[in-house]
Design a protein around this ligand. Structure first.
Ligand code: NDP
Length: 401
C-alpha cells in the first residue's frame, strides 16, 4: 500500500484526502501537511468522523525545498501529492528529485509576479526525473486533468483524426454570495483576467480577456453564457495532438460575477504588482483573497450542478464525426459525501485517481508526463467508480461558432 504525503489543506486537498481514505486498499498511511496545521487537523477530524480513518498532520512551508525534504525523510512516502498553490510546484519537484519520491499536482507552476500558465518550467525536469527513476504526473485535476484524458479517450475510440477541440467548463451552481470564486481566488482571478488565447492553424491567437461570448445549452444545467479563455491544458494538448487545427477553452460566468470583477479590476484590486500600504508592500490580489469567502466554505450553501466536457470534431473511418464527452456533478451531493462543493470535488477526485494509477503501477513510468500521454481507459473506468460518471453523445454537426 502507498504511503502518501499530501501538501495543501485547501478545498482540493480536503477532497483528495477524504477520497484517499475511502480507498484503503490503495492508500495506506497518509500525512497531510500545509502552511497552517490547524487546517490539516480540521480535515483529519472530518476524515476520522466520516470514514474512521486516522491521518497524520504536519505544518509545512513548501516554498522552502529543504522543509519538504526533511518532512519526506521523516515520513518516508512513496508519493507526494501537491495540492498547495502553483507557486510551490518547482520547490516540491526539487524535493522529490532529492529524495527519489514520485510527484503529482493539479496546476502548472506559476511565477508569483506574472500570470503565465506555461508548462516549460516543469517539462524541463523530464530528463532528471528519468535519471532518478521517478515520475511526475502534471495537472491531475479536472481541467487540466480529466479534460486531457477525455481528449485522449476521444482520439482513441471516437475521432481518430481530430480537427477541432473545444473544452466547455460550466459551473451552474449558486453559492448565495455576492461575489466568490470557487477555487483559490488569487489563482482564479489571475486566470480569468488574463488575455484569452486559443490555438488556430498552427499558432496562438490572442484576444482581450472575456471579449468573446457564446451561449451554450449545457446538459442538466441549461443555457449559459460562456467566454473564450486561455487554459493551461491547451498547451500540452496541442503539443501532444499536433494535428489539431483549432483548440479552444470556454468557461461560464454569470453577469453578477463579471460586474463585480470589472469593478475590482477598474479600481486595481486584481493587480499582482505590489503597492505600498502603511509602509509595507502588499499585493492587491492577495489582499482581495483575504476578504473574499474561503472557497472551502462555499459547500454548505452551494446548490446546482457543474458540467465540464470536450467537443471534438474530425474524421473517423473516413466519415465526419463530432462527439461531446462530459461529466455532470452535483454540488449538494459532493457536500453530503465529503463536505466540499463540486469544484473542489471534481479536482480532488482526479488527483486521487492519478495517484491510484501511479501507485498500482498502471500509469507509472519514469519522467514528467501530462495525462493525455498515458492510456485513458483505466482513468475513465475509475472516474465512474469514484463519483464522476461521464457520458458521450454524438452531435449532428460541429459547433457553428
Ligand atoms: P486553496 O487556496 O483552497 O488551498 C491551497 C492550500 O495550500 C491552502 O491550505 C494553503 O494554506 C496551502 N499553501 C499555500 N502555500 C503553501 C505553502 N507555501 N506551503 C504549504 N502549503 C501552502 O486552493 P484550492 O484547494 O482551491 O486549489 C489547490 C490547487 O488546485 C491549486 O494549485 C489550484 O490552482 C488547483 N486547482 C486545479 C483545478 C483543476 O481542475 N486542475 C481546479 C481547481 C484548483 P493556507 O490555508 O494557509 O492558505
Amino acid at each position: 500500500m502507498t504511503r502518501s504525503l499530501v501538501i495543501g489543506a485547501g478545498g482540493v486537498g480536503s477532497v483528495a484526502v477524504h477520497k484517499m481514505a475511502m480507498c484503503p486498499d490503495v492508500f495506506g498511511d497518509i500525512l497531510l501537511a500545509s502552511r497552517r496545521v490547524a487546517k490539516c487537523d480540521e480535515i483529519a477530524q472530518s476524515v476520522a468522523k466520516r470514514f474512521g480513518v486516522k491521518i497524520e498532520t504536519a505544518e509545512l512551508d513548501a516554498d522552502v525545498t529543504q522543509n519538504t525534504v526533511d518532512l519526506i525523510a521523516r515520513f518516508n512516502p512513496d508519493l507526494v501529492v501537491n495540492l498547495a498553490l502553483p507557486y510551490q510546484d518547482l520547490a516540491i519537484m526539487d524535493a522529490c528529485l532529492e529524495t527519489g519520491v514520485d510527484y503529482l499536482d493539479t496546476a502548472n507552476y506559476e511565477p508569483r509576479d506574472e500570470a503565465k500558465f506555461e508548462y516549460h518550467w516543469q517539462w524541463a525536469y523530464h530528463e532528471r526525473f528519468v535519471e532518478r527513476g521517478i515520475m511526475a504526473l502534471l495537472g491531475s485535476g479536472f481541467d487540466p486533468g480529466v479534460t486531457n484524458v477525455f481528449t485522449a479517450y476521444i482520439a482513441k475510440h471516437y475521432v481518430e483524426d481530430m480537427h477541432t477541440l473545444d473544452i466547455l467548463d460550466c459551473n451552474g451552481g449558486d453559492h448565495g454570495q455576492h461575489f466568490a470564486t470557487n477555487f483559490n481566488p488569487e489563482i482564479n482571478i489571475r486566470e480569468v483576467t488574463a488575455p484569452a488565447r486559443h490555438w488556430e492553424a498552427g499558432g496562438w491567437v490572442e484576444t482581450p480577456a472575456l471579449s468573446h461570448r457564446e451561449t451554450f445549452d449545457f446538459p442538466s444545467v441549461g443555457a449559459r453564457n460562456m467566454y473564450l479563455m486561455y487554459h493551461e491544458e491547451l498547451e500540452s494538448l496541442t503539443k501532444h495532438f499536433p494535428a489539431l487545427e483549432r483548440a479552444r477553452f470556454w468557461m461560464t460566468f454569470g453577469d453578477a460575477y463579471l460586474t463585480h470583477l470589472e469593478v475590482l479590476q477598474n479600481v486595481g484590486m486584481t493587480a499582482i504588482e505590489p503597492v505600498m500600504y502603511e509602509g509595507r508592500e502588499i499585493i492587491p490580489l492577495q489582499f482581495l483573497k483575504a476578504v473574499l469567502p474561503d472557497p472551502g466554505d462555499l459547500g454548505k450553501t452551494t446548490t446546482g450542478k457543474t458540467c465540464i466536457g470536450n467537443i471534438v470534431s474530425g474524421q473517423h473511418a473516413s466519415q465526419p464525426r463530432t462527439v461531446y464527452l462530459y461529466n455532470v456533478c452535483d454540488h449538494e451531493a459532493c457536500f453530503a459525501e465529503v463536505g466540499s462543493q463540486a469544484v473542489s470535488y471534481t479536482t480532488g477526485v482526479p488527483a486521487m485517481i492519478g495517484a491510484t494509477l501511479m501507485s498500482n503501477g498502471t500509469w507509472r513510468k519514469p519522467g514528467v508526463f501530462n495525462l493525455e500521454q498515458l492510456d485513458p481507459d483505466p482513468f475513465m473506468e475509475l472516474l465512474t467508480k469514484h463519483g464522476l460518471p461521464w457520458q458521450v453523445t454524438e452531435l449532428s454537426a460541429p459547433l457553428d461558432f
